[in-house]
Write a protein that binds this ligand. Structure first.
Ligand SMILES: Cc1cc2nc3c(=O)[nH]c(=O)nc-3n(C[C@H](O)[C@H](O)[C@H](O)COP(=O)(O)O)c2cc1C
Length: 171
């Protein structure tokens, strides 16, 4: 598949089978993150692979809405960034997340980006702080997002190129 086909096919997959994501695929997904460009080549990100069920369960409750799917995934990549190392840590980490998301899709691995920064849990506590606590990390390591991974148990239609929102493009 060429890149545009991979991009058309990339969809957020939130339901996963019991099958594990192979170590080889996981490695390729991480490779994609490590290949991502960063401002001034600082590479402020740190990728934490979580496979422990108990920890995945805890992460799934770190915010009130939209994180429950983590409990059912096979592995999660929690992307943190050293906010002292670069002022572009959010951009750098987001690009890495997007690269890993695309790589997952190209390998037939279901993936979904879960936002934690700027989100709250059911008690109105800060989701990012919750994740830092669960993972045993603190400032300057900031949580950018979590990529949930698993073999897909749902299918979604690819995007159609002739339905793209060209009105967003201004010349
Ligand atoms: C920055 C960002 C944060 C997101 N956060 C969540 C989230 O917390 N939970 C979730 O289920 N999906 C999340 N998503 C996935 C989006 O909901 C999804 O990309 C969007 O609805 C478009 O669907 P698609 O990915 O299938 O094209 C996030 C996506 C991005 C890019």
């Amino acid at each position: 598949m060429n890149l545009i086909e991979i991009m058309r096919n990339r969809r957020s997959i939130r339901k996963y089978t019991e099958e594990a994501v192979s170590e080889e695929k996981l490695q390729q997904i991480l490779q994609a993150g490590l290949l991502a460009p960063t401002s001034r080549g600082k590479r402020p990100w740190e990728f934490y692979v979580v496979k422990d069920k108990e920890m995945l369960e805890k992460l799934s409750k770190a915010k009130q809405h939209g994180a429950a799917l983590i409990a059912g995934c096979d592995a999660a990549i929690a992307v943190f960034a050293d906010s002292d190392l670069s002022d572009a840590w959010i951009e750098d980490s987001s690009i890495a997340l997007a690269y890993m998301d695309l790589m997952a899709s190209s390998l037939g691995v279901g993936s979904c980006w879960v936002q934690m920064r700027m989100r709250k849990d059911e008690n109105d506590a800060d989701a990012e702080k919750n994740v830092q606590r669960i993972m045993g990390l603190q400032e300057p390591f900031r949580m950018v997002g979590i990529l949930a991974l698993g073999m897909p148990a749902e299918e979604k239609e690819p995007y159609e190129l002739d339905e793209l929102k060209w009105e967003k493009v201004h010349r």
